[in-house]
Design a protein around this ligand. Structure first.
Ligand code: PMP
Length: 406
């Protein structure tokens, strides 16, 4: 098979080929949002240049073309995840998908039920469930997390089996640490006691390319912008019967079947959850992103990402005073760390001066920060378009920054 062609890939991403503060840009913030290949930018521009029309409404040519592209994108993402097109609802991102889901499940939850989350979830996979349990009187509980922020699977299986929760909400990979969750045994345990499983795939969707039918979760949420696509687009996958049984999150045009002044009937999923004019250009751009990702061999991509990550982890571990919080053996490519007691913002600011883009702070995971006993971390998150040179530049900049702090 062909080698992973990093030179070609770098050339596909215009953002990566620039200097920042007099240095080549080293983009290590793909956990926040990925960069976009030219094909995604072009697809979006082409739509606005030549194709702009609303979807599902007109019978004129442009509207029909827009509708075709919009629905073709649904099929494309469904294929990517090995599910059916009518099991995909477009949203504006993972956050909206989780809110849609928590709201949509509310009528099925009583005060006797338990909703299970985990201590390492992004706030987007915590707060909607807090609202749901507050509204219903249900109990909100969390899976146990070991001191090093990994899951002890046997312990978690025991917890799931004993709790018999209505829903388990869990990340495929942690946005803060990059740790990959060993989902299969947890999903099996949840299934065995009738617990619905919601997987937050915001971080896993690109790096792990999951086969959702095989994984067997009931719901899965994702964000296009973390998968080479535009911002403001994402989605919810749901097993069809379960998806169709959710209460609509928002109401209005397009999601209805009939409306009188007194009452309305709703269409079936996914239309039932897509009211109002959607982010058409965003969905079309996302479609191009899925084309781009699908053309890459996933084994090669993962092998390459693993090589870069191992190289970065080894270099970072050698620096005295650095504490790494990420699980280095099982990771999508994210290094969360601190240097001595220095404030992560200071380090990130200094790194920015060298053209290195990292994130710092609590990364929307305050319970995880509490668990780790830190206020924040510096997070360097890698993707398949990063290089060994990026790692060298990052480590060099980090050493220089440390010298300035010490
Ligand atoms: N969950 C996880 C694990 C995330 O990393 C993010 C984004 N940082 C979200 C949910 C929310 O995604 P979005 O901001 O795209 O809605």
């Amino acid at each position: 098979s062909q080698e992973f062609d990093i030179t070609k890939i770098r050339n596909d991403f215009p953002t990566l080929n620039q200097t920042l503060n007099g240095n080549p840009l080293v983009y290590l913030d793909s956990g926040a949002t990925s960069q976009k290949p030219q094909s995604v930018i072009d697809a979006t521009t082409r739509f606005y240049n030549l194709g702009n029309a609303n979807v599902h409404r007109g019978r004129h040519t442009l509207s029909e073309r827009a509708t075709e592209q919009y629905e073709a994108a649904r099929l494309k993402i469904a294929d990517y995840f090995n599910v059916k097109a009518n099991e995909i609802v477009w949203t504006k991102g993972a956050t909206e998908a989780l809110n849609l889901l928590a709201h949509g499940l509310q009528s099925q939850i009583t005060h006797e039920d338990t909703v299970l989350i985990t201590p390492l979830e992004h706030h987007a996979n915590i707060v909607p469930w807090q609202v749901l349990t507050q509204n219903t009187g249900a109990t909100l509980s969390a899976l146990p997390l070991e001191q090093n922020a990994t899951f002890n699977i046997a312990r978690c299986i025991g917890f799931i089996t004993h709790t018999k929760a209505k829903v388990l909400c869990i990340s495929q990979a942690s946005n803060t640490l990059g740790n990959i969750t060993n989902l299969a045994p947890l999903i099996a345990a949840a299934k065995a006691v009738g617990t619905l499983v919601v997987v937050d795939g915001a971080q896993g969707a690109m790096h792990l390319r999951p086969n959702l039918k095989q994984l067997g979760c009931d719901f899965y949420v994702f964000s296009a912008h973390k998968m080479l696509g535009p911002t403001g687009v994402g989605g919810l996958y749901g097993r069809y019967e379960l998806l169709n049984a959710l209460t609509p999150y928002q109401t209005g045009g397009e999601m209805i079947d009939t409306v009188t002044l007194e009452k309305s009937t709703y269409r079936d999923a996914p239309a039932k959850f897509e009211t109002g004019t959607p982010n058409i250009a965003g969905v079309i751009g996302f479609s191009a992103a899925i084309d781009y990702l699908s053309a890459l061999n996933i084994q090669q991509l993962q092998r390459y990402e693993r090589t870069i990550f191992n190289y970065a982890a080894t270099q970072l571990s050698k620096i005295d005073g650095v504490t790494i919080y990420s699980d280095l053996n099982n990771n999508i490519g994210t290094l969360s760390f601190n240097y001595k007691a220095e404030h992560p913002y200071d380090l990130a600011t200094l790194l920015d001066g060298f053209g290195v883009a990292v994130r710092s702070g609590h990364h929307c995971t305050q319970p995880l920060m509490h668990h780790l006993g830190v206020k924040g971390t510096v997070r360097a998150s890698f993707a398949f378009y990063n290089t060994h040179q990026d790692v060298d530049n990052f480590i060099h900049a980090l050493k220089e920054s440390i010298d300035l702090l010490d």
